[in-house]
Design a protein around this ligand. Structure first.
Ligand code: FES
Ligand code: FES
Length: 159
């Protein structure tokens, strides 16, 4: 068995260290070592987006990223949106527009939308569809998710 790799990174704003197997995925480390189970394992092949997290502000499929490659990076997971007071505007819009059914895709979808709206605060429907094309939802038919993105974008723009 290969020797563990020592890494140091920022996780939801806090400095963290971890000792990870070279072959361990970022998703496995987050779920198993840090008990951050928002990001989900579904396809395990980078095709569905259920495991989406942000790394240095970019969205990545954590199931196909090595944990060792997080060394020195800034990682954000859906748990980092929890302020304990009010829902994040994207999460609030999901509730308001009924964009959650089974919920399995939701954490990854929310993180992808955070990335989308950081890059484009006022996306039209085509831009929203393009921005979410790597995130699969089996339940909602997407229209409610798109409504939620439009609503979250508006509330973020107007404060
Ligand atoms: S579980 Fe990572 S992309 Fe599907
Ligand atoms: S709400 Fe079930 S997969 Fe999206």
């Amino acid at each position: 068995m290969s020797s563990p790799v020592e890494i140091s990174f920022t996780l939801n704003g806090q400095r963290r260290k971890a000792s990870v197997a070279p072959e361990a995925s970022a998703l496995a480390m987050l779920r198993d070592d840090f008990e951050l189970t928002g990001a989900k394992l579904a396809c395990g092949e980078g095709e569905c987006g259920a495991c989406t997290i942000l790394v240095d502000g970019g969205s990545v499929c954590s199931c196909i990223m090595y944990a060792a490659d997080l060394d020195g990076r800034a990682v954000e997971t859906v748990e980092g949106l929890d302020t304990g007071e009010v829902l994040d505007p994207v999460q609030a819009a999901f509730v308001e527009h009924g964009a959650v059914q089974c919920g399995y895709c939701t954490p990854g979808m929310v993180m992808q939308i955070k990335h989308l709206l950081a890059e484009n605060p006022d996306p039209d429907e085509a831009a929203i569809r393009r921005g979410l094309e790597g995130n699969v939802c089996r339940c909602t038919g997407y229209s409610k998710i798109i409504d939620a993105v439009k609503s979250a974008a508006q509330s973020l723009r107007t404060g």
